[in-house]
Ligand binder design. Structure first.
Ligand code: BDR
Ligand code: CA
Length: 314
């Protein structure tokens, strides 16, 4: 049997971040979570750090190390998304306050130390929020860039446009300077944009299969999803909400669920109108260097089947 893949989950939970973390926890044969690093995004850092620990405790994983990271984007004022995720970021279920402690030390240093401490090319960075912690780590310790196996991110959108402005997806919009640093770093990137995640709606039949598992994590997850989807249902009249962040972990487990191509991606950092836009050269109309595998399609039923199967193992 092959060794489980070592990952760091960098996150701003968020109900869909929680779904991603549950998917990783339910896949222990394939994935070893070296640590969870939190960042300001959906809600301020104090809450994302609280929520990360709530999710660990919900899954009986008090052994997982949780580190708090950046409390603000590199250059800009923090923009949050309580309008989607609720006041706590994890609205929906009634979950107890966490009792496990945050680890001492900063998430950025944990990322650096882990990449230096593990054999080169063995650690995958999974990012589910703004890229602030990763960019700060790359700036502080450029030697770690070449040690990353792969960076798999939820972020951006191209054919679908944006979800926080017409041009920008939330994670990139919150800290475009950080995204710019990461896309220029030369690290192998897999990008899960809105073009993929908007195809993953939490339809009633899909959520019902998760509910049928009947376990406490599954029950809490269903309550989270029911809260989370109300925003999209009201706003777009869609059949559930898009489940963004678990695509990152699903890709590690079953890359064949996704289709995309290698492209150049650049981040708009100056224009007021389109700041945070991921400019994807999908058609290869420039000779700019390919720096990311950009996904566009997903087997939605296969994705939800995987999610349900792995939630059952927690
Ligand atoms: C992304 O933004 C957040 O609100 C979600 O958790 C996801 O990471 C989607 O644009
Ligand atoms: Ca997120």
């Amino acid at each position: 049997m092959t060794e489980p893949r070592k990952i760091i989950i960098d996150t701003d939970p968020g109900q869909d971040d929680a779904a991603a973390i549950l998917l990783a926890f339910g896949s222990r044969d394939e994935i070893e979570v070296l640590g969870i690093t939190t960042v300001a995004g959906n809600v301020p850092l104090r809450l994302t750090s609280r929520n990360g620990r709530i999710i660990c405790e919900l899954c009986n994983r008090r052994d997982v190390k949780v580190f708090a990271g950046a409390d603000a984007p590199i250059k800009r004022k923090l923009v949050t998304a309580e309008h989607v995720h609720g006041k706590t970021g994890l609205d929906g279920p009634d979950l107890p306050e966490p009792t496990m402690e945050l680890q001492p030390g900063h998430a950025v240093d944990f990322i650096i130390d882990t990449l230096r401490g593990q054999p080169e090319g063995t650690v995958t960075l999974c990012t589910l929020g703004p890229l602030t912690n990763i960019a700060l780590a790359f700036q502080k310790a450029p030697d770690i860039v070449g040690r990353v196996r792969e960076l798999v991110m939820m972020g951006g959108g191209f054919f679908e446009g944006g979800n926080i402005t017409p041009a920008a997806e939330f994670n990139i919009y919150v800290d475009p300077e950080a995204a710019d640093i990461v896309f220029r770093a030369g690290v192998p990137i897999v990008m899960m944009p809105l073009d993929v995640t908007h195809k993953l709606l939490t339809r009633k039949d899909r959520v019902a299969r998760i509910a049928a598992l009947g376990t406490p994590p599954a029950k809490a997850m269903v309550e989270m999803l029911e809260f989370f989807e109300r925003f999209d249902i009201e706003k777009y009249g869609s059949d559930g909400g898009p489940l963004h962040d678990p695509t990152v972990i699903a890709y590690l487990l079953k890359p064949e669920l996704f289709k995309g191509r290698d492209c150049n991606v650049e981040i708009e950092v100056t224009s007021e109108l389109t700041v945070g836009m991921t400019v994807v050269d999908w058609w290869g109309v420039t000779d700019r260097k390919q720096n990311a595998k950009v996904m566009r399609d997903v087997d939605a039923d296969g994705f939800f089947a995987l999610l349900t199967e792995r939630f059952a193992r927690i």
